[in-house]
Design a protein around this ligand. Structure first.
Ligand code: PCA
Length: 322
């Protein structure tokens, strides 16, 4: 009997060994399957598989299905998963340098956002490396606008509204505008609005479409206030465990994903703004009063960010303004 169980054990151990010829990585992401970031990640995953000849197979777990958004970075750092995607500015509580892409009206076009990313990237890489993490690619959301349940033409129309925030920056804007912010993940937007927890938000037309904003909101003001980015990070240990050829394949696929993602984001802005209209949202340019009100808030928050972000922050702003 003892002999038999030893044999069974040996067989059980031998079988998976054959399958271990390939490396498999689980990749948690925060946003839903139909979202353009997720589609870009899927294309990345396919390209990695192809370029490594099937050596590295990544399984995507979108919409917080494997790991909740706030835990994705620490899960990659702690080796729970080897790779993951998150909103860069979600980390601003850890270090102000993560929040620069969400400072309102600092960088409001794709060109400016790219310049800001180029300026921020060396600092991002330095800070990530301290935690054994490596940046693979980073892609912006479409420019951020204001969603509400009524016409908003003056800043005073916003006073007292409950507001859905997604990072420290959006929380600060809401407070400055006299609104009451609550942090809510993108996947929880429909529930938060339909149960009356919140009544306004600032995000992209893309997230408006993902969450079917027309079910619970009526107005969208195209403020183009900032372009926050996602990033895909990998554990340096997991990366180093790959063969040199496979490491190169991952880096090549990441570079392609970054270029493709920036282009997709621009297309997404047009497509989803139109979809908001098609579904009955009143899409408008902000009034001058609204624009001035938010620009003033942006100036205050830019100054506050610079004051908090120390030498690294100054290096980012210097490089950006060059
Ligand atoms: N969508 C994400 C982040 C920025 C965006 O456009 C969200 O609303 O959570």
């Amino acid at each position: 009997m003892k002999h038999l169980s030893t044999l069974l054990l040996a067989a059980a151990v031998a079988l998976p060994t054959a399958a271990l010829a390939e490396t498999t990585w689980d990749m948690p992401t925060p946003y839903p399957e139909g979202n353009f970031h997720t589609k870009n990640d899927m294309a990345f995953v396919d390209e990695v598989k192809e370029k490594t000849g099937g050596d590295l197979v990544i399984t995507l777990h979108p919409n917080q299905s494997l790991i909740k958004h706030p835990d994705i970075k620490s899960s990659v750092r702690d080796g729970i998963v080897p790779i993951g995607e998150l909103l860069v500015s979600r980390l601003e509580n850890e270090n102000p340098i993560w929040g620069v892409d969400s400072v309102p009206f600092l960088a409001t076009s794709y060109d400016a956002a790219k310049k800001l990313y180029d300026a921020q990237k060396p600092v991002m890489e330095k800070v990530l490396a301290k935690e054994g993490l490596k940046l693979l690619y980073s892609v912006p959301w479409p420019p951020q606008g204001l969603y509400a349940k009524k016409d908003v033409s003056q800043m005073s129309d916003l006073k007292g509204l409950t507001f859905r925030a997604y990072n420290k920056g959006t929380e600060a804007i809401a407070s400055k505008a006299g609104m009451i912010p609550t942090q809510i993940e993108a996947s929880d937007i429909p529930t938060a609005f339909s149960t009356g927890r919140v009544e306004a938000m600032m995000t992209s037309p893309s997230t408006g479409v993902d969450s079917k904003a027309w079910d619970f909101l009526s107005n969208y003001y195209d403020l183009q206030a900032w372009l926050p980015r996602n990033m895909v990070i990998v554990s340096q240990d997991a990366f180093d465990a790959l063969s040199e050829a496979d490491q190169k394949a991952v880096m090549d696929a990441a570079a392609t994903a970054e270029t493709r993602g920036w282009e997709a984001s621009k297309e997404e802005t047009k497509r989803t703004t139109q979809l908001l209209k098609d579904n009955g949202i009143k899409v408008e340019e902000p009034s001058d009063a609204l624009k001035t009100g938010f620009t003033d808030i942006g100036e205050d928050l830019t100054a506050a960010w610079k004051a908090s972000a120390g030498e690294d922050g100054a290096a980012i702003i210097d490089a950006y303004q060059k």
